[in-house]
Every structure is written in structure tokens, then in C-alpha cells.
Ligand binder design. Structure first.
Ligand code: UD1
Length: 369
């Protein structure tokens, strides 16, 4: 069968890596015959936002790079659609696999469905119900059009059922992001800042912020970081700065205990997270990774599309009011943070289940013809 996989932005790369690895494995040793075409839309293009993830996670070079680059939501969506339509017309496939909730996920899904190509969505069904997030719109459009739905949680299954998705199209398989984390645990390496600052396990906090709601208005970002700086009791805070956030920070004076560094490789960043006393973030993926690692996670958002990280894991939705940060960190320093568990099927084997399901569906289809 012919499979096309799309990846566009940083969090996609961790999700496609285990799928590519599993396809290689079943082709080599399990009698499968899957030809795979990897399309990188180029939504993220810097070496530290894209290239180093391919290297570390062993993702082969893509067959096509659409090189769409930056732009407004509409510009990016339009560019991806125009370029992907040409690529798919020249290279038809039996199934398009899209992952996550970035603009590339939605744009390629629309193109494929208009060309009568079946689409499977990995990480389907999650919802924040926050329509100010571009990702929520991407999720809703993708799930409205996709044919098969691979989910990370029972909440996602329920959400899909509620929107009318028939049961046989929902496949609860676990979390490919956690597959990448499990794969990487023996490979983690300290980032340069570890030695530079003489960091020690449990002796520092990590902060990441990149959501438009937190970083696009300078006064909002500044208040959050003022509060983080004051609430960590003098501990160093490591802040790998997303390109979107860098623009806002450029106009601010800085904080002596908040160390701004470039975005890191995956092995370095996960080393930093695994050993942190606490992580403060507005990322979706980091809520999942801290849950798996059992590290206290303070989510600086008013909602989450990943409720299992708060219900089962170590995540807590602190909100966007800076006043909530200090009391939450108090509980971390007092050793009073919840311990947390690992959500169902987050066991490093999601890609195995996805590819097995894809093969089963393909053979059922051939059988029906
Ligand atoms: C995108 C995703 C978000 C994901 C995040 C992870 C959407 C709608 N959002 O948000 O879900 O959590 O990636 O990083 O798809 N830039 C660079 N170099 C790059 C990439 C981006 O400098 O390699 C700059 C762009 O010029 C732009 C800013 O970063 O100014 C934002 O990039 P963009 O792709 O628009 O969205 P993100 O905020 O990164």
C-alpha cells in the first residue's frame, strides 16, 4: 500500500518518528509492503525547530519539502494547500496519515479529501473548546473530514462519538509522543546550559511559552515572567525561547534568574525536563511528557485538550492569572504536589498499534473489492 505522511511543525516530528520506524520494521521483518512518502510542509524550517529532530529521532529525509515558511494563518494554510495539492496529484496514495493539530495537519487533510484520498488522523478527538486557539480550529476541521481516527485517550473517543463518528472508525491506540519519549530515555544528554550554570537534578525550573494568548501581548508575557522569577525562591529558571516568543522578549529588560536559551534538541530538552523540580508551560506536548516522567507541570492556560494529564498525571491547569503561580510553586517546594500516574496505553507502543490497524484496514478493503 502507498502511504503518505505529513509533518510540518516541531511537535509533529516526535509523532511521525515512531510511525516511520514501525513501517520500516514491518516491511523488513513482518512481510509488509508499505511504500511511504514523507512530506515536510516547511511550516517550521530553522535547524533548531526542525532539522535536529530529524537527526536525533532517525527520521529519514523527506521525499518532498514544500518550503512554505512563515506567514499569517491564512497565508500558511493557503500555501500548504496549493503546494500539497500538486505533490499529491503527482504522487497519489492510498492513505494520508496526518498527526497533531498544527496548520499543516488541517491544510493537507482538506486537500486530500477534495482529491478523494482517505485520511487517518493521529491524535484525533482532543478538544480544548477554546476557539481562540488556532489549533482547536485545526482539530475540528481535521476531525470533520478524516476517515479513520487514532486516539490517545478515552476522552478523545468520547468526543468523537459525541460528534457523530461511528465506532468502527475510532481506534484507541495510545500516544505516539510517548513512543518517542520512551525511545529517547536511554539517549538523553544534558544541554549546554546544564554545564554552563552547574545545574543539578531538582535544583531548577523550566519554563516554555509560545501560545499567542501568552506571548503576543508584551505586558501579559512580562507579568507572567515577573511572577515566575519572584516565585522560584532564587532557583535558576531555564527558558528555551520559541521564535514567536523571542520577538516579544526583545523589547524587555530580562530577569537575572531566568536564563533565556535557544530552542533545544529533543534529547537535551527532555533531559532538562526529566530532572526539573517543576515545569511551567503553555505547550500541549509538554503536559503529556511531564505526566509520563512524573514531573510537576504547571500549565499556564485556562483549559487543556489533554484532561488525562491533570486527572491522572502530574499536570495542573493553573490558568493565565500570574497571581496563581506563587501558591502553586509553594506546593511544589513543600513537596505537596500530587504524584500522578501514567494514562492508559501510554506505553511506547502506539505506533505499533497504528500500523497494525492500517494494515488490517487495507487488507479488509482489498478483501471487499
Ligand atoms: C506552531 C503550531 C503550534 C505548535 C507550535 C510548536 C499552528 C497553528 N501552531 O505554532 O500548535 O505548538 O508550532 O512550536 O500550527 N518561526 C521561525 N522559525 C521556524 C518556525 C517558526 O522563526 O522554524 C517563527 C515564524 O516566523 C513565526 C513564529 O515563529 O513568526 C511562529 O511560527 P508558526 O509556525 O506560525 O506558529 P507557532 O507559534 O510556532
Amino acid at each position: 500500500m502507498r502511504l503518505t505522511l505529513v509533518a510540518g511543525a516541531r511537535p509533529n516530528f516526535m509523532k511521525i518518528a515512531p510511525l516511520m520506524r514501525e513501517i520500516r520494521r514491518v516491511n523488513a521483518s513482518d512481510g509488509a509492503d508499505i511504500s511511504v512518502r514523507l512530506v515536510h510542509t516547511g511550516q517550521h524550517y530553522d535547524a533548531n525547530m526542525s532539522g535536529q529532530f530529524f537527526d536525533q529521532l532517525g527520521i529519514p529525509p523527506p521525499q518532498a519539502n514544500l518550503e512554505v515558511g512563515s506567514g499569517s494563518q491564512a497565508e500558511q494554510t493557503a500555501q500548504i494547500m496549493v503546494r500539497f495539492e500538486k505533490d499529491l496529484a503527482a504522487n497519489p496514495c492510498d492513505l494520508l496519515l496526518v498527526v497533531g493539530d498544527v496548520t499543516s495537519t488541517m491544510a493537507c487533510t482538506i486537500v486530500a479529501k477534495k482529491m478523494n484520498t482517505a485520511v487517518a488522523h493521529v491524535e484525533a478527538g482532543i478538544r480544548s473548546f477554546d476557539m481562540t486557539m488556532p489549533e482547536e480550529i485545526n482539530r475540528m476541521v481535521t476531525d470533520a473530514l478524516a476517515d479513520q481516527f487514532f486516539t490517545t485517550s478515552r476522552h478523545a473517543n468520547e468526543q468523537l462519538r459525541r460528534s457523530g463518528t461511528s465506532e468502527e472508525r475510532i481506534h484507541f491506540v495510545g500516544n505516539t509522543m510517548i513512543d518517542s519519549l520512551v525511545f529517547s530515555l536511554p539517549r538523553l544528554v544534558p544541554p549546554a546550559v546544564w554545564g554552563d550554570l552547574g545545574l543539578a537534578a531538582g535544583g531548577y525550573a523550566v519554563v516554555t511559552l509560545h501560545r499567542p494568548a501568552n506571548v503576543d501581548v508584551p505586558v501579559t508575557l512580562r507579568r507572567l515572567l515577573d511572577e515566575v522569577s519572584a516565585a522560584v525562591r532564587g532557583a535558576p529558571v531555564i527558558f528555551p525561547v520559541h521564535p514567536r516568543t523571542r520577538k516579544a522578549l526583545a523589547q524587555m529588560p530580562g530577569w537575572s534568574n531566568i536564563h533565556q536559551v535557544e530552542p533545544m534538541g529533543y534529547f537535551e530538552f527532555m533531559y532538562l525536563v526529566k530532572n526539573a523540580r517543576a515545569v511551567l508551560t503553555d505547550s500541549g506536548g509538554i503536559q503529556e511528557e511531564t505526566t509520563y516522567l512524573g514531573v510537576p507541570c504547571l500549565t499556564l492556560r485556562d483549559n487543556t485538550e489533554r484532561p488525562e494529564t491533570a486527572l491522572v498525571g502530574t499536570n495542573e491547569i493553573i490558568g493565565t492569572n500570574p497571581a496563581a503561580i506563587a501558591p502553586a510553586l509553594e506546593r511544589v517546594f513543600a513537596g505537596a504536589w500530587k504524584k500522578g500516574g501514567i494514562p492508559e496505553l501510554w506505553d511506547g507502543k502506539a505506533a505499533e498499534r497504528i500500523i497494525a490497524t492500517v494494515r488490517r484496514l487495507a487488507s479488509a478493503q482489498v478483501g471487499a473489492q
